[in-house]
Design a binder for this molecule. Sequence first.
Ligand SMILES: C[S@@+](CC[C@H](N)C(=O)[O-])C[C@H]1O[C@@H](n2cnc3c(N)ncnc32)[C@H](O)[C@@H]1O
Length: 588
Amino acid sequence: MADPQLPTADRDVTQQHLNDFLAWLKENGAVLEGLSFGADKSGMNGVILTKDFESDQSYATIPFKLMITEPLVRQRYPQLKDLSSRAVMSLFLSNEWQKGAESFWMPYLSAIPNRIMTSMMFDEQDLQILQGTNLQLGTISRRNFLYSEYEKIVEILPESERKGFTWEVCLWGYTAISSRAFPYRLIDGKAEGEMMVPLADSFNHDPNVKVTWSGKGTPESGALDLITREPLKSGNQLFTTYGPKSNEELLLGYGFCIKDNPYDYVVLKPNFSQDPDADIKQQILQDCDLISQTDKDRELVFFVTKDNIPEDLLAVFRVLVMNSTETENYMSADRRELLDFVGYRNEFAMLNTLATLLNYKVQSLLGTEPDVPEPKPWQQDALEYRAGQLRVTTAAKASVAHTQKQLMERMQSNFRRGQIATTWPFLGILNPEDSEILSKSYKDQMETTESLENSILLTVEEAFRLDEDFATAVQEGYPRESIDPSDEEAPDFEGIYMMLVLIRERSKAQSKWRRFLNQIPAEIAEDDQQDEYILNIHASIIQQTLMPSYPAIFDPSVFTYQALVWADLVCQVHSVHTENDTVTIIPM
Ligand SMILES: C[S@@+](CC[C@H](N)C(=O)[O-])C[C@H]1O[C@@H](n2cnc3c(N)ncnc32)[C@H](O)[C@@H]1O
């Protein structure tokens, strides 16, 4: 979009318009005393108090008949009943505007600014500032939707009924509504929808003010009473609160941002669409009351703030990262608490995934940092929004890193004490009596001073470090370089190294991971059919390559086909894949 041209671009809201508006309000039964339009001490234009008010005193009463409500608008355009209220209400405003002095609402419409720079009004350059944020796509998709509705209006209504309703006018109406509308339930507690409330929409936003809005009387003859719940001083600006809104909501709907907005959040959307076990996982979420039947196909959306990562988001991520052993065991889960802690592997993977996602968000914000030497006012707001997104994401990332550290401390402390759950594969649901060990409250623990340097995690690197002979034999006998990284058919090299490590560790009396390996069943029930992939590894890599060169290490009675089947299962049940594509076993 080029520089947005508005229907009313040739006029500004003047003091005369505002005086006419006040007179119109009073003529039509509004009660307002001690209020005027002007600039406050900081130079901000708004409603200024010309007298003091006590707490619990009403400062304005606005008859319902002055309001432009959704039922009124819908009644006028029955043929547009399938379109959104915003599009139809925007048409209503435009048609009233076209009537000029004939319109009952003209004094009100003349007091609405002609240019409300929400992100819906952003041109290409402005949208660049939102790159890497949710708001960029959010704005574009909302605008496209509005445009599709605008086209439908043009198609359905004859020209005479939509005179002057250009796309620009439609956008103006939309921004006027998004920045000024109130819920219709203030008039009718049970009804949904929106309405425009003259005067009530003249107050600027301060999230901390204390005010009550109370409707009284019938929708036809009643009025809305605005009552302050704190003393107000003459000379000050009269604010209201639009609610605890984040800068994302403010920029999209109202066209401004608050510096260091405490209500800022980043949106995270766990996505199951690529997951082969999506159906089972959705079912678990449903059985544990994390989603309802009707939400099943809806996008899951979570709001992460600077100080809070919602527990439900963590629970959903626990399901998202479940491996097949975990999904099989949690298929019977039917309580939300069962997803407070699934197992150490799962918790580790969940935090890793969350950290990766947040890190990706931080990097994409940093990587798209715009260069705007002389930002226009609305571009400054967009920059403020961006800065807030980075602040919240960075804080959330630090909080996940802290929790990761606490988890490692908990695992380390359990490991050192030899505390492993009784029933393999050590999942919470299988070990209810071991809740002390499989502690979901590890986050409340005091931090220990134990060093985390000697990781308890079972990695190929750590196993090789502790067992040089074995490391040499494996690395020389079956070198990493022998695999062509571009060959997609090549065996899973890291997985094979890990299987060899597991078999070796199991054969050693003094393995660092002895306790863990002891508790895994030694014999895995064999399928009738032998596994082609494992058979192949056993024949070509172990029997033909490693055994002849290093017979002392690759003992045929230890490195059996059965042992490989066992190691493969341990990998399936206990491993997480880290970012650099190595395999890590969580030994608990
Ligand atoms: C409901 S109107 C409030 C009265 C407004 N000044 C007007 O146009 O009559 C909402 C608009 O006021 C402005 N606004 C409200 N609160 C603000 C604030 N705290 N900081 C900056 N602009 C604000 C924004 O332009 C917003 O779109």
